[in-house]
Ligand binder design. Structure first.
Ligand SMILES: Cc1cc2nc3c(=O)[nH]c(=O)nc-3n(C[C@H](O)[C@H](O)[C@H](O)COP(=O)(O)O)c2cc1C
Length: 188
């Protein structure tokens, strides 16, 4: 995923992010006093984001378009090498109507075990072409879209990221101040 340098969201300029060392014991995060700090680079962030997404196939997709932002749980069914995400849904859903008018979305996935999260800020597109629908179809969809990948009740969302934010204690991605802001990188 090509990118500009990573930064701490809203706090520090790109390339100036440092992190301190912390130790993790199960779900208990203990801060360790240290004078050591390391540069946090964008390669680490762009390895962490898809790793979190692959290990945790569901997240909250937030769209705009009504009186307030609108979030709902969905399952992503593909992550391309460039970070593009794929989600199957109903063309009659509110999210499809909202994306048609306001394509900027946020997609947030939590890893409870590590603990960690990634939020992908993306432009969403509606993808209706039959070949792509067949290519991205998974067997588990049948319960919700009984007419299959070519049915009228099924459409794909393609999310093209323009920024990612990550906080991941196991990978020590937690810019100072500890646990209060995520690392952020813009995607070219
Ligand atoms: C575990 C779980 C997984 C879900 N996965 C999807 C999904 O992949 N696609 C989808 O459209 N809805 C999925 N849903 C339903 C959505 O949460 C939501 O209720 C539905 O899509 C209607 O959303 P909307 O009217 O706000 O667009 C899932 C719900 C649950 C509980």
């Amino acid at each position: 995923m090509p990118s500009t340098p990573v930064g701490a969201a809203n706090m520090l300029p790109p390339g100036k992010v440092v992190r301190s060392l912390y130790i993790e014991q199960m779900l208990h995060i203990e801060r360790r006093e240290t004078t050591v700090s390391e540069d946090l680079n964008n390669e680490e962030l762009f390895e962490a984001a898809p790793a979190i997404l692959r290990a945790n196939p569901r997240g909250f997709l937030t769209t705009s378009g009504g009186d307030s932002p609108h979030a709902r749980l969905v399952q992503h069914v593909g992550i391309d090498a460039d970070g593009t995400l794929w989600i199957g849904t109903s063309p009659k859903s509110r999210k499809v109507a909202q994306i048609a008018r306001h394509p900027r979305v946020a997609y947030a996935v939590q890893d409870q075990a590590t603990p960690a999260y990634v939020c992908v800020y993306a432009t969403a597109e509606l993808v209706d072409d039959p070949d792509t629908r067949k290519e991205r179809w998974i067997a588990g969809f049948r319960a919700y879209f009984p007419d299959g990948p070519e049915g009228d009740d099924f459409i794909l969302l393609r999310l093209r990221p323009h920024a990612v934010e990550v906080m991941d204690f196991a990978r020590r991605i937690h810019p100072d101040p500890f646990g209060l802001i995520p690392a952020r990188a813009e995607v070219d």
